[in-house]
Design a protein around this ligand. Structure first.
Ligand SMILES: Cc1ncc(COP(=O)(O)O)c(C=O)c1O
Length: 407
């Protein structure tokens, strides 16, 4: 079958991620391959580890990339750190909390959950009380859940976990680079992320970091594959249940031993390295401030159009806003018109919010003034055509006021 070369339509991706990749990342990803033990490649790997230590705010030696989308990073952390039968506590405040539950269950853990209404987050005291009751081996919590646009405050949870001897894992896929996050200062033991949100890259690589405490757990579970182990290597009857996502073996591959495991996804590594370079050139604080500014402009803009927002705004992530679909308006039809007439994508929503809110993102390469204003102008037009009562010029006008005040 003859098919033409890839020529994707021009799109402005203003959903909850993925977003348009930064052109610098795409250029880095078009570089030629080198062998996985070429000194150039081991150099790139070491540089990428160093860059992500800074991105995460950590001194953890065990900082690396898991090859796969963010979900691979989550699964690697949970399947490697939880023994079957271990208790894990998961506070669920959206779809991705349910994903942690699902993955931990499949890893054989005994999962306990805490729930709160979508659009809200937990007070640290609620989590501490549950830790006292459940006595888990691990607390696993999403930082920013794109399904509800909420960010769970994590800064007080590290001390609580230390006091109770609990490992502390979080998924920062949706927040890293655009919202405050400090792995070491907040006492995290395991953190996993992805590139396709505030880091401005494609999905397919999951940066991950592990504290020395987490590495100790892995050391107690390390089992080396036949064919590469020597006579002194441990062989365990209960190895980590995934081979591909076995962090003990992945660490040996990234560490000084360079023990063979998978073949590093070189092109993704080039992309992940460039994402971190871009973020650190801008500065972590400046990037967070940029996400806050454009997130505020979008929020103020949709309100200026006369639309209502979703959830507890005090805990909203900087980079995505939930917008109530006005009564009588077909949310999917509006999304379809934005895409076909303006080339702009905004997000639908899941579960209890499906058909009730859109999710509009301002992140990574698209956390920009022109992207915000264009989206608000197009949204006004398609809503007007659908007969929704929107304030003429109210969206862009309100956003411009935010930019004026910031100038
Ligand atoms: C908070 C969070 N975790 C995990 C994921 C899953 O990421 P991926 O699709 O890259 O596996 C997403 C994707 O939207 C997310 O927002």
């Amino acid at each position: 079958m003859a098919v033409p070369p890839i020529a994707p339509p021009t799109r402005l991706l203003m959903g909850p991620g993925p977003i348009n990749a930064d052109p610098r990342v795409l250029r880095a990803m078009s570089a030629q391959l080198v062998g996985q033990y070429d000194p150039a490649m081991t150099g790139y790997m070491a540089e990428t580890q160093e860059l992500y230590r800074e991105v995460f705010g950590t001194a953890n030696e065990a900082t690396l990339l898991v090859d796969g989308t963010s979900r691979a990073g989550i699964e690697a952390a949970l399947v490697s750190l939880l023994h079957p039968g271990d208790r894990v506590l998961v506070p669920v405040f959206g779809r991705f909390g349910h994903l942690l539950v699902e993955i931990a269950q499949r890893a054989g853990a005994e999962v306990h959950t805490l729930s709160t209404e979508w659009g809200t987050v937990f007070a640290p005291e609620q989590i501490e009380e549950a830790i006292r009751a459940v006595r888990p081996a691990m607390l696993a919590v999403v930082h920013g859940d794109t399904s509800t646009t909420m960010a769970q405050p994590l800064d007080a949870l590290g001390d609580i976990c230390r006091q109770h001897g609990v490992l502390f894992y979080t998924d920062v896929t949706a927040t890293l680079g655009g919202n405050e996050f400090e792995s070491d200062a907040w006492g995290l033991d395991a953190v996993s992320a992805g590139l396709q949100k505030c880091l401005g890259g494609p999905s397919g690589s999951a940066p991950l970091t592990l504290s020395p405490r987490a590495v100790e757990v892995l050391d107690s579970r390390r089992s080396i594959e036949a064919g590469i182990r020597d006579d002194h290597s441990p062989v365990r009857s209960d190895p980590i249940r995934s081979n591909y996502l076995d962090l003990a073996m992945i660490l040996d591959y990234w560490g000084p031993k360079r023990l063979n495991h998978h073949t590093e996804a070189t092109t993704m590594l080039y992309g992940a390295r460039e994402c971190a370079r871009i973020l650190l050139e801008e500065g972590r604080a400046a990037a967070i401030e940029r996400h806050r500014l454009h997130g505020d402009a979008m929020l103020t803009g949709v309100t200026g159009l006369g639309l209502s927002t979703f959830g507890d705004l005090e805990h909203k992530m900087n980079n995505v806003v939930g917008v109530a679909i006005p009564d009588g308006v077909n949310g999917d039809a509006i999304r379809g018109e934005l895409l076909t007439d303006y080339g702009i994508e905004i997000g639908t929503s899941f579960g209890p919010l499906h058909g009730k809110i859109w999710r509009i993102g301002t992140m990574g390469y698209n956390a920009r003034r022109d992207a915000v204003l264009l989206t608000l102008a197009a949204l006004e037009q398609v809503l007007r055509r659908a007969g929704a009562p929107v304030t003429a010029g109210g969206g862009t006008g309100a956003a411009l006021e935010v930019y004026g005040a910031a100038a």
